[in-house]
Design a binder for this molecule. Structure first.
Ligand SMILES: Cc1cc2nc3c(=O)[nH]c(=O)nc-3n(C[C@H](O)[C@H](O)[C@H](O)COP(=O)(O)OP(=O)(O)OC[C@H]3O[C@@H](n4cnc5c(N)ncnc54)[C@H](O)[C@@H]3O)c2cc1C
Ligand code: SF4
Length: 552
């Protein structure tokens, strides 16, 4: 690993999520000197929060002193949840790892740019092996209720156990047993089997969830990648006036969690990989394009952002003896029709803070009439069951009593992100969403929540922000720097090379060019594996890699 001493590193990877960790590991394996800049903190079983009431260790909003790993960003078209940590979204994600249907390769701007259907299966296989994908064997009460409700609704045959990245005990075995590295032939850390505590989205404190810091990133660091946690990248500019980056790049960083003395630093490198997630990469590239550091980034930046059509609903049974927080975060799913997929989701016992956001189920069209209907529903429920209604509207006991249903619709819908001053804060620019609104009310999903509530004797529930603001929540924001044939249609080519720059790549959810209809992390990992497979070993590097426009 000699590299060119003129540069601090061969590659700098920005962000340590799925795309970033794959890139770091594969580049180190090929003999490159790699640095990974990550604005989030490093988490261990010792410092993870026990419940969501530890807001300062759960939420990421460093300017407010919240230094956790769960980031919420509010837009007019969606509330977007994502992770900020060493290991990116893997620290807070629910570890569901599903391949999308084949039809995604013939939709969107990546169509015809490669023989995706032939190429991708081997990268999905590698991704699944590296992330330790297995079929869930821990079915908790919420999964069994989902199955029962599906049978009542005539969708029982579609029930399935999710494919997850969790080290689960064998059939009939208890969780909580520690084994030497079960995944990487002894190269990885020791692991402990899952105890089904339902805490995956609060960060696993038992070493059972296959987070990236125990897999790809662990191996990258072990073999020489230098990781800079709590380090935010604020600049990337070509060196020596070679505007296309052919002479390398200078990367500027600041400390991400400091209020003052942010300790700006500069690093040089020959190549850059943007892996800051769909929102993070868009935000950084808009900033760099505007301030003149990377002015030639395609004008397609911010186009084709997809948020999935998602709705969170559920059923809460006050005073139930059944603890529905037991199991893994997402243990099972069903399809109530060809396009509508529902998963049973949970938070661990005691993580009740989200309970403030749930309310009595409300149907109806978005807007003031839905709000009026909601007020009426609450009053009617108060009159009919005053004590129970108060019990379901207060948060204590929420995680133990509430079966969360995540409803996803695989219908295509796009929004656009622009870099603008919002009307309420004209002092600086932010990402601002534009386009058609994604529906927050999915009638069939509401019917399903009612069926489930009847089975438990509980109350069907909606999310309050969906009713009040007609804004859906999503943890699956993708696109914004999509793969395309040229810079007129996207930001990167089919090998993830950024148009108009040399040795610059994007490997994260922002390149995904079609609606996947399933949780995206396995696809982001497989795409990054594919992108890295094109980069030659360090000894053969010519440092002249350029995006190629293609005629289909
Ligand atoms: C609660 C929750 C549950 C989820 N469950 C699932 C699931 O079950 N299955 C699934 O497939 N997906 C799930 N997701 C979505 C999944 O987490 C994301 O799709 C995935 O993490 C995206 O990967 P990525 O490589 O694009 O970036 P990320 O994993 O988001 O990583 C990007 C990293 O870049 C860092 N970064 C951003 N900007 C900068 C900067 N300027 N400088 C330095 N670092 C920067 C961020 O801090 C972050 O750590 C879930 C998400 C959430 C929030
Ligand atoms: S259920 Fe609990 S032990 Fe199992 S992976 Fe999730 S957090 Fe870890």
């Amino acid at each position: 690993m000699d590299g060119d001493p003129q540069f601090d590193f061969d590659f700098i990877v920005i962000g340590s999520g799925f795309g970033g960790s794959v890139s770091a590991h594969r580049l180190v394996e090929k003999g490159y000197r790699v640095a990974v800049m990550e604005m989030g903190r490093r988490w261990t079983p010792g410092n993870l929060p026990h419940t969501s009431w530890s807001l300062h260790r759960w939420l990421w909003r460093p300017k407010l002193g919240l230094r956790g790993f769960f980031n919420i960003q509010f837009f007019r078209h969606a509330t977007i949840f994502h992770g900020s940590a060493v290991g990116g979204g893997s620290i807070t994600y629910a570890c569901t790892l599903l391949p999308p249907p084949e039809k995604v390769w013939i939709a969107g701007s990546w169509t015809g740019l490669s023989d995706w259907k032939t190429e991708m299966p081997r990268h999905y296989e590698t991704a699944a092996r590296m992330l330790g994908v297995t079929e869930n064997r821990i079915l908790g009460p919420a999964d069994l209720l989902l199955k029962k409700a599906a049978e009542t609704s005539g969708a029982g045959q579609t029930f399935y156990c999710t494919k997850v990245g969790i080290f689960e005990p064998g059939v009939g075995e208890q969780g909580g047993t520690t084994f030497p590295d079960p995944y990487f032939g002894g190269e990885g850390p020791a692991r402990t089997t899952c105890i089904g505590c339902g805490g995956c989205m609060m960060g696993c404190r038992y070493g059972a969830k296959n987070t990236l810091d125990l897999g790809y990133l662990y191996l990258a660091e072990k073999h020489g990648a230098q990781l800079f946690p709590e380090t935010r990248v604020v600049d990337v500019r070509p060196l020596s006036n070679a505007h296309d980056g052919s002479a390398g790049y200078e990367v500027g960083t600041v400390q991400s969690i400091a209020w003052f003395r942010r300790r700006p630093r500069r690093f040089t490198c020959r190549g850059v990989i943007f892996s800051a997630s769909s929102l993070g990469t868009m935000e950084l590239l808009f900033l760099l394009k505007e301030k003149g550091s990377l002015p030639a980034i395609s004008g397609q930046l911010g186009q084709h952002v997809r948020t999935n059509s998602e709705s969170l609903i559920g059923a809460r049974t006050p005073g139930t003896l059944l603890d529905v927080s037991q199991g893994i975060a997402i243990g099972s799913g069903i399809y109530i029709d060809e396009h509508t997929h529902i998963e049973a989701v949970r938070y661990p016992k005691g993580s009740d803070a989200m309970g403030f956001l749930t309310t009595i189920l409300t149907d109806g069209r978005p807007g003031p009439r839905r709000i009026a209907l909601w007020v009426w529903n609450v009053i009617a429920s108060m009159l009919r069951h005053p004590f129970k209604t108060v019990r379901v509207l207060q948060p204590l006991g929420w995680a133990r009593e509430f079966v969360i249903l995540l409803c996803m619709q695989a219908l295509d819908g796009e929004i656009e992100m622009r870099w603008q001053r919002p009307w309420f804060w004209p002092f600086r620019k932010f990402l601002v969403s534009h386009g058609e609104k994604v529906p927050t009310y999915i009638p069939k999903a509401n019917e399903f929540a009612k069926t489930l509530a009847q089975l438990t004797g509980g109350f069907p529930m909606s999310m309050l922000p969906e009713i009040l603001f007609n804004v859906p929540g999503t943890a699956h924001c993708i696109g914004g720097c999509v793969i395309a044939d040229s810079s007129t249609h996207g930001v990167v080519d089919s090998r993830h090379r950024v148009f108009n720059y040399k040795n610059m790549y994007i490997c994260d959810g922002s390149v995904v060019a079609a609606n996947l209809g399933v949780n995206p992390s396995l696809t982001i990992t497989a795409l990054a594996e594919r992108a890295m497979s094109f980069i030659p070993p360090a000894a053969e590097a010519e440092w002249n890699d350029t995006a190629e426009p293609s005629s289909r």
